[in-house]
Write a new protein. Structure first.
Length: 196
Protein backbone atom coordinates (compact mmCIF):
# COMPACT_ATOMS: atom_id res chain seq x y z
CA UNK A 1 0.00 0.00 0.00
CA UNK A 2 1.29 3.46 -0.87
CA UNK A 3 0.45 6.60 1.05
CA UNK A 4 -1.25 8.83 -1.50
CA UNK A 5 -3.80 11.58 -1.68
CA UNK A 6 -6.34 9.37 -3.45
CA UNK A 7 -6.57 7.01 -0.48
CA UNK A 8 -6.12 9.34 2.48
CA UNK A 9 -7.30 12.75 3.54
CA UNK A 10 -4.51 14.27 5.57
CA UNK A 11 -5.03 16.05 8.88
CA UNK A 12 -3.42 19.40 9.72
CA UNK A 13 -0.94 17.58 12.01
CA UNK A 14 0.93 14.54 10.68
CA UNK A 15 3.66 12.42 12.28
CA UNK A 16 5.59 10.10 9.92
CA UNK A 17 7.76 7.47 11.61
CA UNK A 18 10.25 4.81 10.55
CA UNK A 19 9.05 2.04 12.88
CA UNK A 20 12.29 0.00 12.78
CA UNK A 21 14.29 3.06 13.76
CA UNK A 22 12.25 4.02 16.83
CA UNK A 23 12.21 0.34 17.84
CA UNK A 24 16.02 0.09 17.63
CA UNK A 25 16.61 3.33 19.55
CA UNK A 26 14.10 2.30 22.23
CA UNK A 27 15.70 -1.14 22.64
CA UNK A 28 19.17 0.43 22.89
CA UNK A 29 18.13 3.11 25.41
CA UNK A 30 16.09 0.58 27.41
CA UNK A 31 19.10 -1.73 27.79
CA UNK A 32 21.44 1.13 28.67
CA UNK A 33 19.23 2.93 31.17
CA UNK A 34 18.00 -0.33 32.70
CA UNK A 35 21.63 -0.93 33.75
CA UNK A 36 22.14 2.68 34.85
CA UNK A 37 19.10 2.78 37.13
CA UNK A 38 19.45 -0.90 38.08
CA UNK A 39 15.92 -2.00 37.42
CA UNK A 40 14.17 -3.95 34.71
CA UNK A 41 12.21 -1.76 32.35
CA UNK A 42 8.88 -2.71 30.85
CA UNK A 43 8.13 -2.25 27.18
CA UNK A 44 7.72 1.36 26.09
CA UNK A 45 4.19 2.74 25.90
CA UNK A 46 3.67 3.86 22.29
CA UNK A 47 0.89 6.30 23.20
CA UNK A 48 3.18 8.05 25.72
CA UNK A 49 5.95 8.22 23.12
CA UNK A 50 3.62 9.78 20.54
CA UNK A 51 2.22 12.29 23.04
CA UNK A 52 5.74 13.35 24.08
CA UNK A 53 6.85 13.78 20.46
CA UNK A 54 3.73 15.83 19.72
CA UNK A 55 4.31 18.07 22.75
CA UNK A 56 8.00 18.49 21.87
CA UNK A 57 6.85 19.60 18.41
CA UNK A 58 4.71 22.30 20.02
CA UNK A 59 1.30 20.71 19.48
CA UNK A 60 -1.23 22.22 21.87
CA UNK A 61 -4.11 20.60 23.71
CA UNK A 62 -7.28 20.45 21.65
CA UNK A 63 -9.92 18.36 19.97
CA UNK A 64 -8.24 18.02 16.57
CA UNK A 65 -6.90 14.93 14.87
CA UNK A 66 -3.26 13.95 14.65
CA UNK A 67 -2.40 11.41 11.99
CA UNK A 68 0.45 9.00 12.68
CA UNK A 69 1.91 6.96 9.83
CA UNK A 70 4.29 4.15 10.75
CA UNK A 71 6.37 2.82 7.86
CA UNK A 72 7.81 -0.64 8.32
CA UNK A 73 9.61 -3.33 6.39
CA UNK A 74 7.63 -6.54 5.96
CA UNK A 75 10.61 -8.45 7.39
CA UNK A 76 10.08 -6.60 10.70
CA UNK A 77 6.31 -6.41 11.36
CA UNK A 78 6.74 -6.07 15.15
CA UNK A 79 8.14 -3.32 17.35
CA UNK A 80 9.28 -5.54 20.20
CA UNK A 81 10.38 -2.57 22.32
CA UNK A 82 6.83 -1.20 22.44
CA UNK A 83 3.38 -2.09 23.64
CA UNK A 84 1.33 -2.51 21.54
CA UNK A 85 3.83 -3.90 19.04
CA UNK A 86 2.21 -5.64 16.06
CA UNK A 87 2.27 -3.13 13.21
CA UNK A 88 -0.28 -4.94 11.07
CA UNK A 89 -2.73 -6.29 13.67
CA UNK A 90 -2.57 -3.87 16.62
CA UNK A 91 -1.41 -0.55 15.20
CA UNK A 92 -3.10 -0.22 11.83
CA UNK A 93 -6.31 1.79 11.54
CA UNK A 94 -6.63 2.41 15.28
CA UNK A 95 -6.88 5.57 17.38
CA UNK A 96 -6.54 6.84 20.92
CA UNK A 97 -7.56 10.09 22.57
CA UNK A 98 -5.43 12.31 24.73
CA UNK A 99 -5.48 15.92 25.85
CA UNK A 100 -3.77 16.79 22.53
CA UNK A 101 -6.63 15.36 20.48
CA UNK A 102 -7.23 12.05 18.74
CA UNK A 103 -4.19 10.19 17.42
CA UNK A 104 -5.14 8.15 14.35
CA UNK A 105 -2.58 5.43 13.52
CA UNK A 106 -2.01 3.75 10.18
CA UNK A 107 0.83 1.47 9.17
CA UNK A 108 2.35 0.97 5.74
CA UNK A 109 5.00 -1.26 4.25
CA UNK A 110 6.41 -0.90 0.77
CA UNK A 111 5.89 -4.60 -0.07
CA UNK A 112 7.75 -5.31 -3.30
CA UNK A 113 7.05 -1.91 -4.88
CA UNK A 114 10.05 -0.10 -3.40
CA UNK A 115 12.60 -0.38 -0.64
CA UNK A 116 11.80 1.22 2.69
CA UNK A 117 14.10 4.21 2.15
CA UNK A 118 12.55 5.17 -1.18
CA UNK A 119 9.05 4.58 0.18
CA UNK A 120 9.69 6.71 3.28
CA UNK A 121 11.24 9.59 1.33
CA UNK A 122 8.41 9.58 -1.22
CA UNK A 123 5.93 9.62 1.68
CA UNK A 124 7.74 12.64 3.17
CA UNK A 125 7.49 14.48 -0.16
CA UNK A 126 3.82 13.64 -0.60
CA UNK A 127 2.81 14.69 2.91
CA UNK A 128 5.00 17.81 2.83
CA UNK A 129 3.35 18.85 -0.46
CA UNK A 130 -0.20 18.33 0.84
CA UNK A 131 -1.79 21.74 1.36
CA UNK A 132 -3.98 20.58 4.25
CA UNK A 133 -0.94 19.55 6.32
CA UNK A 134 0.18 22.53 8.41
CA UNK A 135 2.42 20.76 10.94
CA UNK A 136 4.70 17.86 10.00
CA UNK A 137 6.86 15.70 12.26
CA UNK A 138 9.26 13.21 10.68
CA UNK A 139 11.23 10.50 12.49
CA UNK A 140 13.52 8.93 9.86
CA UNK A 141 16.25 6.33 10.11
CA UNK A 142 19.13 8.74 10.57
CA UNK A 143 21.94 6.48 9.42
CA UNK A 144 20.10 5.20 6.36
CA UNK A 145 18.61 8.34 4.82
CA UNK A 146 18.20 11.13 7.37
CA UNK A 147 20.68 13.31 5.49
CA UNK A 148 18.34 13.40 2.46
CA UNK A 149 15.54 15.22 4.31
CA UNK A 150 16.99 18.78 4.25
CA UNK A 151 16.96 18.75 0.45
CA UNK A 152 13.29 17.72 0.44
CA UNK A 153 12.31 20.40 2.95
CA UNK A 154 14.12 23.14 1.00
CA UNK A 155 11.37 22.82 -1.63
CA UNK A 156 8.46 22.95 0.85
CA UNK A 157 6.39 26.07 1.46
CA UNK A 158 3.24 26.87 3.40
CA UNK A 159 3.92 24.83 6.54
CA UNK A 160 3.58 26.35 9.99
CA UNK A 161 6.13 23.87 11.38
CA UNK A 162 8.31 20.96 10.31
CA UNK A 163 10.19 18.96 12.93
CA UNK A 164 12.71 16.15 12.47
CA UNK A 165 13.30 13.97 15.53
CA UNK A 166 16.37 11.82 16.03
CA UNK A 167 19.41 11.16 18.16
CA UNK A 168 22.03 13.01 16.08
CA UNK A 169 21.42 16.63 15.04
CA UNK A 170 21.10 17.51 11.37
CA UNK A 171 22.68 20.64 9.93
CA UNK A 172 20.68 23.70 11.08
CA UNK A 173 18.08 24.96 8.61
CA UNK A 174 15.40 27.63 8.56
CA UNK A 175 13.05 25.12 6.86
CA UNK A 176 12.75 22.66 9.76
CA UNK A 177 13.67 22.23 13.40
CA UNK A 178 15.57 19.25 14.79
CA UNK A 179 14.60 17.77 18.19
CA UNK A 180 16.13 15.06 20.36
CA UNK A 181 13.96 11.93 20.38
CA UNK A 182 15.59 10.36 23.43
CA UNK A 183 13.50 12.26 25.95
CA UNK A 184 10.26 10.89 24.51
CA UNK A 185 11.71 7.37 24.58
CA UNK A 186 12.74 7.68 28.24
CA UNK A 187 9.24 8.89 29.17
CA UNK A 188 7.67 6.01 27.23
CA UNK A 189 9.92 3.55 29.08
CA UNK A 190 8.67 4.93 32.41
CA UNK A 191 12.04 6.33 33.50
CA UNK A 192 11.62 9.18 35.97
CA UNK A 193 13.93 12.23 35.77
CA UNK A 194 15.07 11.68 39.38
CA UNK A 195 16.34 8.20 38.43
CA UNK A 196 19.02 9.42 36.04
Amino acid sequence: MIINNNELKFAEKVILIDAAYINKVTNDLGRHFGQVIERELLKADLSVFLECVAMDAGFQAGEGNLQVFLVYDKSQPQMDAFCPSDLKKELNDVAFKSRLGEFQLNTFNPSDMADKEAFFLESVKLIADAKEVKHLVVIPSEAEYGDKLPEIFEKVDGKESIYVFGMNPLEPSDKFRWEMMGYAVLQALGIRPDEI
